[in-house]
Design a protein around this ligand. Structure first.
Ligand code: FPP
Length: 241
């Protein structure tokens, strides 16, 4: 639920749609996967910038429920990249105090990747410096659909009173149940769409659409956007007095 603490300047939770890897690679005459690899290096840089910038939660859109429509070569290249990222970065994330969570439907993912995801979540569970959430095979509609299905099962089993269902109840069934709502959603690469990302959770978020392609997104650019956020007036539907 939205925070109404107006004294807080840095967004507590930033969500990022990392777009533009393909165009970045194309501009260099390289295959799309080259852009995704460069994008993965930016993920590490941005995560590590969070503590200094006062960002406690960072959620990144790594693979959507729609991304399966890409070529088989790109999909399997991305899956390999996610596996390698987890193996290569696990110790560093642990050492840097990052707690990692994954959201999205794990059923369609390779069990070996799911095992790495589960292990990284357990390994980093004691950390609380930065909360990194990676959305993998994630779609906002799919998440709400899965949540509703679980809720319906609980109603059918007599464990949930349908009259008691409110927005708070649904939030507790979502993949993001342990996270605050995002304060700021950033999308790189010039597209002004939300593409099924955190639909329910972003109801009161501020949006920032920037032209920079994700592999060119630096910690300095991130800091600039956060400074701009600090100057915005958030109302949450109310009138400020
Ligand atoms: C969108 O760019 C990007 C993706 C679908 C993949 C995002 C993945 C990464 C940034 C890499 C690694 C992430 C982790 C967590 C290790 P696009 O391919 O749609 O770019 P385009 O619009 O220019 O074609």
């Amino acid at each position: 639920m939205p925070s109404t603490d107006r004294s807080r300047k840095a967004p507590e939770h930033v969500a990022i749609i990392m777009d533009g890897n393909g165009r970045w690679a194309k501009a260099r005459g390289r295959p799309r996967l080259f852009g995704h690899q460069a994008g993965a290096r930016r993920v590490s840089e941005i995560v590590e910038a969070c503590p200094d910038l006062g960002v406690r939660y960072l959620t990144i859109f790594a693979f959507s429920t729609e991304n399966w429509k890409r070529t088989q070569a790109e999909v399997s290249g991305l899956m390999t990249l996610f596996r390698r990222y987890i193996i290569k970065e696990a110790q560093r994330l642990l050492y840097k105090g990052v707690r990692v969570r994954f959201i999205g439907d794990r059923d369609r993912l390779d069990p070996k990747l799911v095992k790495l995801m589960d292990d990284l979540e357990s390994l980093t569970a004691p950390n609380d410096q930065v909360n990194l959430t990676i959305a993998l095979n994630y779609g906002g509609r799919d998440e709400v659909t899965r949540a509703t299905r679980r809720m319906a099962r609980d109603v059918a089993a007599g464990d949930l009173d349908p009259e008691a269902v409110d927005a708070e109840t649904l939030s507790r069934y979502l993949d993001t149940r342990t996270l605050p709502d995002p304060d700021l959603v950033i999308r790189t690469s010039g597209e002004a769409r939300i593409s099924n990302f955190l639909l329910w959770q972003s109801a009161y978020a501020e949006y920032e659409f920037i032209d920079t392609l994700w592999p060119d997104f630096t910690a300095e650019k991130f800091a600039e956007i956060l400074a701009g956020f600090g100057r915005r007036e958030r109302r949450f539907g109310a009138v400020l007095v």
